[in-house]
Ligand binder design. Structure first.
Ligand code: ADP
Ligand code: MG
Length: 224
């Protein structure tokens, strides 16, 4: 187990996320059919497959370069391929993470928590959603808080990532009861309650695949 997040680990994360989104595409689309326009699974699959293709092409370079450029490549690819509301928001998440990571080649748990924090702050600024608005933020924000407190308590990277998945899952589940105040689902008003938010669900999958991959890789430029 590694105690730092490396570029090969981020590449492995994106591979795992693309595979999971492809597997869960119908589920994400069903959730969006209930309170949106039934395209979230398709949008996310298109974006994550494009990221995969981009990283295959630049695999060696991505693993050798800093984390900032790698995360920004992911972000730019998502912005230009996902579409819908989620495209710019997921794109911003990775672009802001890339800016925060800068030229670092490895990030400790505390630095990783700060990087994700910056990404989520970017999503919040871009989408102007608040916690409890029934959006992806309701999964992302608790996950960041869990990572930060895990770092403060000296937990291992692995344990911290697991804790962030549990926090995201709780936040995702809590969106069921909420009335949407942002995005397409907000057009439904009270009728949006009783359904789980699709974006919070894809964000939970993002954190779940992070926990499966980010602590697995040892640093040092090995290709996953
Ligand atoms: P669209 O709504 O354009 O069809 P998607 O279906 O791909 O886009 O994504 C919908 C998801 O985007 C929602 O479930 C929600 O989590 C997220 N979302 C929408 N608007 C916002 C916002 N302003 N801030 C944060 N997340 C948002
Ligand atoms: Mg949609």
């Amino acid at each position: 187990m590694s105690e730092a997040v490396s570029a090969p680990a981020v590449v492995a994360w994106m591979r795992a996320f693309a595979a999971t989104v492809a597997r869960e595409r119908e589920y994400l689309t069903e959730l969006d059919a209930a309170i949106g326009d039934a395209d979230h699974g398709i949008n996310m699959e298109r974006g994550t497959q494009a990221v995969l293709a981009k990283l295959e092409g630049a695999s060696a370079a991505g693993a050798a370069g800093g984390l900032g450029p790698l995360l920004k490549t992911v972000g730019m690819t998502l912005v230009s391929t996902v579409g819908g509301a989620a495209g710019p928001l997921y794109g911003t998440l990775f672009l802001a993470m890339g800016t925060a990571a800068g030229e670092a080649t490895e990030l400790s748990l505390a630095a990783w928590a700060a990087t994700l924090d910056a990404g989520v702050a970017g999503v919040r600024a871009r989408g102007k959603a608040e916690p409890g608005d029934k959006t992806m933020l309701d999964a992302l924000l608790p996950a960041v808080e869990a990572l930060k407190s895990a770092a403060a308590s000296g937990l291992s990277l692995e344990a911290a990532l697991q804790g962030s998945v549990a926090a995201a899952e709780q936040g995702m589940t809590a969106t069921v009861a909420l009335v949407a105040r942002k995005g397409r689902a907000s057009y439904l008003g009270e009728r949006s309650a009783g359904h789980q938010d699709p974006g919070a669900t894809s964000s939970w999958l993002l954190l779940q695949t992070a926990a499966e991959t980010l602590a697995e890789q040892e640093g040092g430029g090995t290709t996953p």
